[in-house]
Design a protein around this ligand. Structure first.
Ligand SMILES: [Fe+2]
Length: 389
């Protein structure tokens, strides 16, 4: 890559984070450093049931922090859940938030924070840089390796009135501290591991080919892809393999640093549209769409797609034609998907022909579409949805 290609001004935002086995147990210490007296712990029922949330509450309590636990959060967190959480935060007199979970509790926690400090409805923050005041101190403790909401500027909330997912993108959405502990991912089942891991892969691929990418985001995206190729299958097949879990958590963090700053592309715009209208799982939607969107985008950034194909294990000789390089890149992505058991189609998940015009329209107006390397028409998106069926 020439220096000239990277000459444009780019900023890079990241929170303070602690990475490694045992990081989650620093929750109490970090909350105390942030002068927390009473924390709203935002989590989900499954994590509470297996004792994961309780461990964090214990760490907080040991440092003299009183906790109120809020677990009324579903996958694809809804605007009503955010407003209910904000009500609990105010009623209980909390002064900080600790999020424990995957993307849903973390996004819900971020949204609760800005609702409370700005005293506005969560749906009023939609878009880029629409948050006036940052939320209260926020510590994020991820329990999946994929979303990277713990380090990103993104917060995605389901507007259930309009059946669309809104994106709130702002530097104020970056948590104060992320405690990234691979041990917390050991309890994820194979399917969740595969779906969240392929979400991380999609973050890396979309950040790498985004029209807002930079030298620094490229470096992070590349390393994320290399690690996912190396560790995802092992993490799926051997859930208690801490080396694979650590590799995937590191990959998720690198991919998060990349996409938080380079933003995403058509895969996420389309997955948000599916999540809003049909309430489908985010990681799985991305995984199904990924190779179809790469096939559509390929010619706009052939050199970058060739490089990412190689990072994912494709054998692409120097003299390979563009068409050959494209096929080998697509095959590398499909092989990775198959190796972790993702063989579904969107129609199997419930998407129908009648949904397509609205899905395409909502995807076109998603903030992530702006940084896709190529601007599709509604008809082209409908063709990609159909190819994924
Ligand atoms: Fe994602």
């Amino acid at each position: 890559m020439s220096g000239e290609e990277y000459a444009e001004l780019r900023k890079f935002v990241a929170p303070e984070f602690v990475f490694g086995a045992g990081a989650a147990m620093l929750a109490g210490q970090y909350a105390a450093n942030l002068s927390t007296k009473k924390a709203l712990v935002v989590s989900c029922r499954d994590l509470e049931a297996i004792g994961c949330t309780g461990q964090i509450v214990d760490s907080l309590t040991r440092e003299g922090v009183t906790c109120t636990v809020f677990t009324d959060v579903t996958p694809n967190p809804r605007h009503e859940e955010v407003m209910a959480g904000a009500e609990v935060y105010r009623r209980e007199g909390c002064d900080s938030i600790v999020a424990v979970g995957g993307g849903s509790p973390m996004d819900c926690a971020k949204a609760i924070g800005i609702v409370c400090t700005n005293d506005r409805h969560v749906l009023e923050f939609e878009g880029v840089d629409n948050v006036e005041r940052p939320g209260p101190p926020l510590i994020c403790i991820p329990t999946t390796a994929g979303t990277a909401a713990d380090i990103s500027q993104f917060c995605i909330i389901n507007d259930t009135n309009r059946k669309v997912k809104i994106a709130i993108v702002s530097k104020t959405m970056v948590p104060d501290v992320a405690l990234i502990d691979p041990r917390l991912t050991l309890t994820m089942g194979p399917q969740l591991t595969a779906h969240t891991g392929l979400d991380a892969l999609t973050h890396a691929v979309e950040a790498f080919t985004s029209n807002a990418s930079s030298a620094i985001t490229d470096l992070n995206a590349m390393e994320a892809m290399r690690l996912i190729r190396l560790h995802l299958r092992n993490a799926v097949e051997r859930p208690d393999d801490l080396e694979a879990r650590t590799g995937m958590m590191l990959a998720s963090t690198y991919a998060g640093l990349a996409f938080s700053n380079a933003i995403l592309g058509a895969v996420h715009a389309m997955a948000h549209s599916l999540g809003g209208l049909l309430d489908l799982p985010h990681g799985l939607c991305n995984a199904i769409l990924l190779d179809h969107v790469i096939a559509y985008n390929y010619d706009s950034e052939p050199e970058k797609y060739r490089r990412l194909g190689i990072a994912l294990g494709a054998d692409i000789p120097e003299e390979a034609s563009r068409e050959e390089a494209k096929e080998r890149t697509l095959e590398a992505v499909r092989t990775l998907k198959r190796s972790v058991g993702v063989t579904n189609s969107l129609c199997e998940l419930g998407m129908t022909e009648e949904d397509l015009p609205l899905l395409a329209r909502n995807a076109l107006s998603d903030a992530c579409m702006l940084t896709n390397p190529k601007q599709p028409t509604a008809d082209e998106l409908i063709q990609i949805f159909k190819a994924s069926c």
